[in-house]
Design a protein around this ligand. Structure first.
Ligand SMILES: Cc1cc2nc3c(=O)[nH]c(=O)nc-3n(C[C@H](O)[C@H](O)[C@H](O)COP(=O)(O)OP(=O)(O)OC[C@H]3O[C@@H](n4cnc5c(N)ncnc54)[C@H](O)[C@@H]3O)c2cc1C
Length: 437
């Protein structure tokens, strides 16, 4: 038999898109290299629960090498991709250069601050495990500091939590923080008057959960308000300076914690790679998910800008999973000398949870709210969470929380950033704030 070199497929990103490319190529007559800067996959839909001390970071991350066990034609490389040379068909990393025959870019998205002055510098983000842990530590530090601060204005500022963006992440995080504050933290800090604590959710448009049916939007708003979240619609942030959040129209809020969940965009470095990007840095792909002018290169997931029936597909996990699968199948078709097929999204629905016993779910044209929707939300998230161990521990944590009104983890850990947890009498300084406050 003459030696035949198998085509090499390089996948960048071990998120939902990249993993489903790999799963689809398992056992195929190709050599695959999956590249990610982390050695683990992150289940982003539960990230807000790490930030609100409901889950431990390890419970929503899973080692890529363990996921790939048994997939003999697939190798993993932990490396940060610095550039893709599309003409030369080489992926350049902070380590080796990787030549490819076929490429799938599935690098996800980054936070879009919409050029609001001070937002990137002063607001917390919720896009990675590190950021979720940093935010959890900060929230707990605010309470530790507030317990010792005599000045009432400063104490209220420490206990004020502002979330920007009324999409699913902003809504879920606001609800979870409100439950954390008025449940376990109220018991941990009996010296504090919890009427001083506040959670404010700012949304620039006139509704929460854009894209969801109106009934679900109204239900979510009513539930959040019942939980004590101060929801402000038509409230666009114009500037963040230290602990001051200015709104268009002149109002301002004093808050030590601002969490920015308002927008997402593609990785800014991609524009320098010569890819056809739209305004928010995502790659405008062909109907087959190929990069225009590069039939051997595909984009899947959040990074791909794809319109269907005149509207862009949402940046959610099911789109990434289906696009990852479709890109892999198209590569196999090309290898067999066949034409790649256009991608079509199968919309199974959408959901968001607001808090204990309450969620909103859309399946087709049917909508559900309340306890039933909440059970559906729990079940679907457990189903998609990777790793049996993670599912088990997440279920245990949720049960613990549900039955005992208690959060499993409230460690400020790692505690290596002194400025974050610094209590100096009346002085409240935190490195993310000191420049502006
Ligand atoms: C807080 C939050 C909550 C969400 N909740 C939901 C939800 O409830 N339901 C839902 O459907 N969707 C939700 N989403 C959206 C969903 O998580 C994304 O749509 C999905 O993860 C996109 O998959 P992806 O593969 O495109 O990117 P990701 O899953 O983000 O994976 C990208 C991967 O690429 C790697 N990477 C990036 N750049 C490089 C580089 N230069 N070099 C090497 N590796 C790199 C990253 O480390 C990462 O592993 C949520 C997102 C967030 C942030």
């Amino acid at each position: 038999m003459p030696f035949r070199k198998r085509p090499r497929v390089v996948i960048v990103g071990a998120g939902f898109g990249g993993l489903w490319v790999a799963r689809t190529l398992k056992g195929a007559d190709v050599d695959v290299i999956l590249v990610d800067r982390n050695n683990f996959h992150t289940f982003l839909p539960l990230l807000y629960q790490v930030a609100s001390a409901e889950l431990e970071p390890e419970q929503i991350g899973y080692p890529v090498r363990s996921i790939l066990r048994g997939m003999r034609n697939i190798d993993f490389m932990m490396a940060d991709v610095k550039r893709v040379n599309l003409d030369g068909r080489v992926v350049e990393t902070d380590g080796p250069k990787i030549p490819y025959d076929y490429l799938v870019l599935a690098m996800g998205s980054t936070t879009n601050f919409f050029n609001v002055p001070g937002a990137e510098k002063f607001a917390y983000q919720l896009k990675s495990l590190e950021q979720a842990v940093e935010l959890r530590n900060h929230i707990l530090c605010c309470f530790e500091q507030a317990a010792h601060v005599k000045n009432e204005t400063k104490r209220k500022q420490l206990l004020a939590f502002t979330v920007v963006g009324g999409g699913a992440t902003g809504l879920e995080f606001s609800g979870a923080v409100s439950e954390l504050i008025h449940g376990p933290l109220a018991r941990d800090f009996p010296m504090l008057d919890f009427r001083d604590a506040s959670v404010v959710l700012l949304e620039a448009s006139d509704r929460l959960l854009p894209g969801m049916p109106e009934r679900l939007q109204k239900y979510a708003l009513a539930r959040l308000e019942k939980m004590g979240v101060d929801v402000r619609l038509n409230a666009a942030v114009s500037e963040i300076r230290g602990a001051t959040i200015r709104l268009k129209g002149g109002d301002s809020i004093k808050s030590e914690t601002v969490v920015w969940t308002a927008g997402v965009s593609g990785d800014p470095q991609i524009q320098a790679w010569g890819l056809p990007t739209i305004a928010n840095g995502r790659v405008a792909v062909e109907k087959t998910l190929q990069i225009p002018g590069h039939a051997e290169a595909y984009v899947a997931g959040d990074l791909a800008y794809f319109e269907e029936d005149g509207r862009p597909l949402p940046m959610i996990a099911p789109v990434a999973v289906q696009q990852g699968t479709a890109a892999a199948l198209n590569i196999l078709k090309q290898i067999e000398g066949k034409e790649p097929q256009p991608f079509r999204y199968f919309d199974k629905g959408a959901m968001a949870t607001i808090g204990r016993n309450s969620a909103v779910v859309r399946v087709g044209t049917r909508t559900f709210t309340g306890f039933f929707a909440w059970i559906v939300w729990l079940f679907v998230h457990l189903l998609y969470l990777i790793g049996f161990r993670n599912r088990l521990f997440v279920m245990l944590n949720w049960s613990w929380d549900y039955l005992l009104f208690e959060r499993a983890v409230r460690l400020i850990f790692p505690a290596d950033r002194e400025s974050r947890c610094h209590v100096a009498g009346e002085t409240v300084v935190d490195d993310k704030r000191e420049a502006g406050s």
